[in-house]
Design a binder for this molecule. Sequence first.
Ligand code: SF4
Length: 899
Amino acid sequence: MPEGMARDAEAGALAGAVRSTCPYCGVGCGVVAQADGRVVGDTDHPANRGRLCSKGSALAETLKDGERLTRPLIDGRAADWTQALDLVARRFKATIAEHGPDSVAFYVSGQCLTEDYYVANKLMKGFIGSGNIDTNSRLCMASSVAGHNRAFGADVVPGTYEDLELADLVVLVGSNSAWCHPVLHQRLLAARAKRPIRIVAIDPRRTATCEDADLHLAVRPGADVALFNGLLAHLADQDQLDHAWMAAHAEGFEAALSAARQTAGQTAALTGLDPADLVRFYQWFASTPRVVTVYSQGVNQSSVGTDKVNAIINCHLATGRIGKPGCGPFSITGQPNAMGGREVGGLANQLAAHMRFDQPEAIDRVRRFWRAPNLATKPGLKAVEMFDAVLDGRIKALWIIATNPADSLPRADRVREALRACPFVVVSDCWPNDTTALADVVLPAAGWGERDGTVTNSERVISRQRPFRAAPGEARADWRVLAAVGQRMGWKDAFSWTSPAAVFREHAALSGFENAGSRPFDISGLAMLTDGQYDALAPVRWPVRWAGDEGGRLFGQGGFATPNGRGRLVPTPWRPPAGRADDAYPLVLNTGRIRDQWHTMTRTGRVPRLLAHTGEPRAALSPTDAASLGVADGDLVRIESVHAGTVVRATIDAGQRVGELFLPMHWTDEFCSAGPAGRLVNAALDPVSGQPELKLTAVRAAAVPVAWRGLLLHRAAVRPQGVAYWSRMPLNNGHAFELVGSDALPAGPALTRFVEGLLHPPAGAEWLQLTDAGRGLLRVAILVDGRLEACLLLAAGDGAQLPPRDALAALLGDTVTDEARPSLLSGRAPGGLGAAGVKSAGRTVCACFSVGLVTIREAIVANRLTSAEDIGACLKAGTNCGSCIPELKEILRDVHASA
Ligand code: SF4
């Protein structure tokens, strides 16, 4: 085996441990699943060198089979695989026969492994003959793909993570890396601890990332193009361009500069930024040879996203700052295998192996390689358009794999309507969710830890995801299921692989087929791997053109994938984003990720400690907006767009710009009455990339009166009825619910019905109840066989105080003795009972080590701690992934100010 390609025969199995890759963000950290059940960071993986963030550190806690899908379901009833596969193949064939290939579609995911993606794409584009396969990566980084293709002639991230450590200036645009790509952010901070690196954060919100920045530019949402156009003009005016490099390797500068021309006053007005801050940033960029500009969803999720990407790339091409150590534009993907999906052609407008539909020779090449005379010859429908086509009946059979569009797509209610209207919906997933609930056929999928294949991270490193546990029940790998359907549809030979290694070899061979250096994505050096070499494959960066080859930085000396080999500066004239406030909807809503959750929480939402930091989807709004709405922290606020409305609790956040709200993207109907933020979101699309504008929706907001507040502890994940708001957090022994009502508590028999709607008491349960109308208190405990099943504490009034929940929560499921019963209704710690007298550590700040706010504040005072490092030494908080360090600093400031 070539050196550097595989570590050794033990690469995948270390004395009972198995190396794999984290299934969450695009950093693509290596993990080791140990024989004792722990999952730890892989010290040999080049992305993370052993570090994991809070989500990665909690991976072992997600490996519970309890709620998994374990059998195929047809119309909600258990079926066997033969029945399910026959039905899927038959319905797709019949639909195609009657309505043509464009009447069917696949909607797949950046969670899919490259092998799954490859088989799905080959089936749809190669043999069904339609371009109708798109991926939820469309919501994540389609604008980066489009920008790369326009500038480089191919979808290539030129640099590596090491460039962030080698740079002297790192510009983070629309990227809350401290929370969303924590391990990479910590690599940057670790490098800065050794030598000066300036960090500029460009983001409308003051995020945790901004706490680490030397300069935060709170740009007006959607105005990044104006900001970088201003930079290009500044670089030209200050004669800070690399004319020699451009003369040799680039084109289009004059047109790009002409489109970028605007006065300094215009730049300030469009961006909403202080002219002095703009000049400081421009001067730093101009005077720093080593600059990396990192961008992610804040850039991509916009109706002007592709222009934003090209406006950034223009500045790097104009200064020759690309493909060299410490230099370059750097798109960071949100998903673990967004890059792998791009490589196989998982986007509707790409063909395969980075070949495109606008290249007739590429269509012919793929057709010959696949021996697929029916190959699609034009792009298919992109995600939002695809679901529009489902709703209006153009698409009549849809297969959704590893994604939850009923929650995550813009106008989520319309997506649900489309799924209900679609004649045939197949969903492959690991867990039940709001999308599987609308499927005709549900196929149980093997999940992380069970799947076998590869993923590619944001720096082009291909890593293995290896299985280390059996899939529960009858769950199967997606590539196998897709191949089985392909065979049943009549294409036996084309879908006859017997292992993921065989799929990978074919994918690698296609990347090198008639390539001869014309396409940067070339991993043909991996096309001859034996099964054993594939099993042992060590992380490797593409291109890999021959056995033993390993890719490095690209384009430093030109060699772009354009017809003349030159990089293109693309004119990006200022164009306002589609979403903007007006008289009827005077605020703008931004959506995004929080620190410890992943997508629609199907996995992370099952881990109590990952909900301990942020347990509900609060809307962050500025103090000015809160005051004008009459909303205090924790109050209810109703948010409405033209598409939908929701009620959530408010957080007053001085880091929000006036006129803007932020809502986390993760919560669904399963976890909160507010449901998915996607319901509200604007479906305006970038005209080039088709990416929806998830970060800019015009909304209005109003305070919702609070009549009472409540705490419900329950063994079951019930859905409380009759309240203005509820949210659920899992506990190790049940669930904790926050409840808020806006109507007065009922009385008499209506009260009983109301309580039953909250508690869903099992038949035969024993009730303990205390009602104190004078004090506005209602307390109910439900016991089943003497064990505490549920406990409800309600208190009337806007400022109602509820007892801390930890002591009571510890008793869920425990036997309750006679003398302890009164304590259940008093809400006080029941001394002498089970886990009695549990002292609240407060809201969790450090999720890795479960360290709470109260503990931290007390430790600061008691031990006279003065730095985040002191807190780490004392409590371990902040010493693993480090993503709570900005909050630790804030707590320190607050405690010292109070003192
Ligand atoms: Fe996983 Fe965290 Fe690494 Fe992302 S940064 S790959 S979520 S461990």
